[in-house]
Design a protein around this ligand. Structure first.
Ligand SMILES: Cc1cc2nc3c(=O)[nH]c(=O)nc-3n(C[C@H](O)[C@H](O)[C@H](O)COP(=O)(O)OP(=O)(O)OC[C@H]3O[C@@H](n4cnc5c(N)ncnc54)[C@H](O)[C@@H]3O)c2cc1C
Length: 371
């Protein structure tokens, strides 16, 4: 029976980030991951490392996200040093474009709220009118009203990030087991084992990092993880010359030169197919924002499923019934990859989550259920 320091279920961005975080602290993790049929948000996402839309009314989320965005710089450099793989991470700041006066007014209110809620930790932002935005992004169309800007935002290539995480955790002696869907867990406090394909993996720590799979898996170790799918659709264009010096919430230019257009949200169950209506809406807004896109060819479209809690916040918890079993799940797994690797993994080893993550506990669902 191979013995490990931790079993991590799920090899997407969340599971791989935590497993790498364990490995970089000298712990040996085994990552048990389902096959390619699974709904993998990590391979179908937009790639923003995004701060400026996070945590209205929940300053803990704003702080955690910003910490991760700050850590991304060192995290990306570390991954590249470990593996030679560039995550594609850049942090030039980012903008949320407003196409009408009403959108601009609402956005201004939101940014002021984030600033207020940040207290003395500060929150730098600018509301840019059309002329000020044009100075930063020349390609904007004449009908764009303006945008909010923060220096905290950036983007990365989620596919190379995932590849780098896997390469790094293997290099550090951890193990990845593909085609290993977990359906049963033998659980006792600080003692877990899972048998797959005739092999039993045992460890004193268990981390559920299985995205939408965390809902049924949580029940096996006394964790209530009510995540549900939220579909997002994405359009990718041909490569063009560099036109976007920074990402926007809905459109970003990759290091390769393609433009990604996204940020739709639908409740479509586990249906991960695209729909012409949503793609049309995305394309229409994109052309209004950047008119040159009218002459740019679309090369691919796809849909993928976000991993969403009822209130949209991450879920971080340790089982009270089976101490040593943790869940780590969120709807912004690119943004939070640095926090999961550099911090969450340490909490798993310590066997306790810190007070600053208490807001993300599953206890909030007990309160909601009782209300
Ligand atoms: C359209 C779209 C756009 C997005 N844009 C962004 C963005 O710009 N920035 C950002 O930060 N985030 C973004 N996200 C969210 C981000 O992609 C997810 O938060 C992240 O990928 C979640 O990673 P995960 O590892 O939790 O889940 P997944 O990628 O779904 O991976 C879960 C893994 O667990 C495995 N698994 C599931 N059940 C089991 C089981 N029982 N046994 C074994 N293995 C199991 C699966 O095989 C899979 O490999 C976006 C998501 C979508 C869909």
């Amino acid at each position: 029976m191979p013995d490990f320091d931790a079993i991590v279920v799920g090899g997407g961005l969340v599971g791989a980030a935590v497993a790498y975080g364990l490995a970089r602290r000298g712990k040996k993790a085994v990552v048990l991951d389902e096959g390619d049929i699974a709904h993998r948000a990590s391979r179908g996402n937009f790639g923003l490392v995004w701060v400026q839309s996070k945590g209205f009314g929940v300053p803990e989320y704003q702080r955690w996200t910003r910490r991760s965005s700050e850590d991304w710089v060192a995290f990306s450099a570390e991954l590249q040093q470990e593996t030679g793989i560039y995550s594609g991470h850049e942090r030039p700041g980012g903008v949320t474009i407003c196409l009408t006066e009403a959108e601009f007014a609402k956005r201004s209110e939101r940014m002021a709220q984030l600033h207020l809620e940040a207290g003395n930790t500060g929150f730098d932002y600018e509301m840019l009118d059309h002329a000020a935005l044009k100075k930063r992004i020349l390609a904007i169309g004449p009908t764009v009203t303006g945008a909010s800007f923060t220096p905290y935002d950036g983007h990365a290539n989620p596919l190379t990030t995932l590849r780098a995480l896997h390469a790094a955790l293997l290099k550090r002696g951890s193990v990845y087991v593909p085609h290993a869907r977990v359906e049963h867990i033998n659980a006792a406090p600080n003692q877990f084992s899972i048998t797959r394909n005739g092999v039993t993996y045992a460890a004193p720590r268990l981390v559920l990092g299985a995205g939408l799979g965390n809902n049924p898996l949580g029940k096996l170790v006394g964790l209530n993880v009510p995540v549900h799918p939220s579909r997002g659709q994405i359009i990718v264009t041909e490569r063009v010359q560099p036109v976007l010096p920074m990402p926007t919430l809905m459109i970003r230019q990759t290091v390769e030169g393609t433009l990604m257009i996204g940020e739709s949200r639908e409740d479509a169950g586990f249906d991960d197919t695209t729909s012409p209506e949503i793609l049309h809406t995305l394309a229409d807004r994109a052309v209004k924002t950047f008119p040159f896109l009218r002459d740019t060819r679309i090369v691919r479209t796809w849909a993928a499923l976000r991993v969403m809690a009822p209130d949209g916040l991450p879920i971080y918890e340790q089982s009270r019934e089976y101490p040593g079993a943790f869940v780590c799940t969120c709807h912004s797994g690119v943004t939070l990859a640095a926090a999961h690797a550099l911090h969450y993994a340490g909490y798993v080893i310590d066997g306790a989550l810190p007070p600053e993550l208490a807001r993300f506990s599953t206890r909030r669902f007990d309160v909601q259920a009782a209300a």
